[in-house]
Write a new protein. Sequence first.
Length: 256
Amino acid sequence: MIFLLILCLLLPCSAARAAQLHASAASPRLRKHTVSLTLQSGFADTFQLTLGGVFGDGPAWQNRVTVTAGEVFGKGDSISFSGWNTHDAPSHANSWTAGASYRSRVIARPRHLLYLSAGVQRWRFPTVLCGAQDWLGAWQLQYQTRVKGLPIMLSEDSWTHFQSPLKKGSLLHTQLYTEHPLAERNAWKLALRHGPQHTYSWNFYGTNGHRVVRYAGFLLLSWRKTTLEAGYRQQLGLQPKIRDNRYWSVLLSRTF
C-alpha cells in the first residue's frame, strides 16, 4: 500500500520532468530556424554578361531581393529565393533573373568551410541577341579558408540551359577573393575585397572556350546589417570579338 502511494506521488513529477526534457530538447531546434530578407539597390556602368558582352549605354539601375531560410533540413543549410533586375537608363530596357536554390554545408572545420548548392533560374534578357528567355540549372561551390590570417574565398558558379530560344550550352564562372580589413570603429567596418575572375563556355549562346579574365575590387563600408559597396573591375577579352573594358558599380544593401 505504501509502495503504491509513493508511486502515485512520483508519477506526476516524472511526467512533468519528461515534458520539460522534451521541451528543452525541442526548443533549441526550433530556435535554429532563421529567415532573412536582403534588399539591394544602386547603379552600375551598364548591363554586362558573365560571357563578356555589354548591352545598353548605361548607367544601369540595378535592384536585387533575396529571401533566405536557414537551418531547414540540417545544420548550416539554407533555401534562397532571389530576383534581380537591371534597367538601362537611356533606353529604359529591363533585363531580369529569378531563381531558387538549396545550399548545404558539407565541410565545417576551423579553417575550412565548403558549401554546395543547386537550383533553377529563369533569365529574361530582351537585348541579348534576338532575346534570351531561358530556363537554367544553376550549381555553385563555395570554399573558404585562411592563409596567415587572411581570408580566401573561392566560388565556382555553373549554369546549364534546360530551355532557350538561343543556342544551349553550359557556362563556368570562377572567382577568387581575399579581404583586407582597413578600419573598424564601434559598429562601423571598412574593408577591401579583391581578386581575379575567369569565364569558360561550352556552346553557351553559341560561344566556346576561354571568354574573359577580370580583376575586381570592392570597397565595403558596413554598419550592422547595412553595407555600401563601391566596385571597380577591369576586363581582358580572350577572344577577338570581346572588348577589353572597365566596369564600375555602387550598391547599397540592407538585411532584415
